[in-house]
Design a protein around this ligand. Structure first.
Ligand SMILES: Cc1cc2nc3c(=O)[nH]c(=O)nc-3n(C[C@H](O)[C@H](O)[C@H](O)COP(=O)(O)O)c2cc1C
Length: 155
């Protein structure tokens, strides 16, 4: 039985951010854990059903205009009330890709998540400044940590 259904909702407007999203998903498969499965969706493809069917959520966004990407905000607007009474305590983690410090995106996500009552099980990963190839490894590690935690039942 799959006990670790990890939903990855990632905004991917550029080649770099597509790499991050892709590695977040493939890194889970590389763990080879039979009871863990990652599903990667763009925010526009994900809705309340996908969240309700998950055991953990990994969010990826760019920072746009000092806020989360509009696509991710739209996702939250669609899932907020359908999920509100059903996903409290849901483990989640977040990565932000930003040219600047990424704090606007981070806090905007955290404010909504606070309302939903989800639990941050890892500190937010802020990938800021010029692109660095090591970002992909950091996202892979975050995703694997979340997946392994779900598998072990520690969340
Ligand atoms: C409309 C728009 C607004 C943006 N606003 C910000 C911003 O406020 N702060 C920031 O650090 N980056 C901002 N960016 C840059 C994005 O965060 C950047 O495109 C994203 O991190 C992907 O970068 P990369 O593909 O070059 O790695 C903005 C990009 C767009 C398209």
């Amino acid at each position: 039985m799959t006990k670790g259904r990890l939903l990855i909702v990632a905004h991917q407007p550029s080649e770099n951010t597509r790499r991050l999203a892709s590695v977040a998903c493939s890194a889970v498969a590389e763990l080879g854990l039979p009871s863990v499965a990652a599903r990667l969706l763009k925010p526009a493809e994900a809705g309340a059903n996908e969240v309700l069917e998950s055991d953990g959520v990994l969010l990826g966004t760019t920072e746009n205009f000092g806020y989360m990407a509009g696509a991710l905000k739209d996702f939250f607007e669609r899932i907020y009330y359908p999920c509100l009474d059903h996903t409290r305590g849901r483990p989640y983690a977040l990565w932000v890709r930003a040219g600047n410090d990424g704090q606007g995106a981070r806090t905007s996500v955290e404010r909504i998540i606070q309302g939903l009552g989800w639990r941050a099980v890892q500190p937010p990963l802020i990938l800021c400044g010029e692109w660095r190839d090591e970002f992909t490894g950091q996202v892979a590690e975050l995703s694997q940590t979340l997946a392994a935690g779900l598998d072990a039942g520690i969340y």
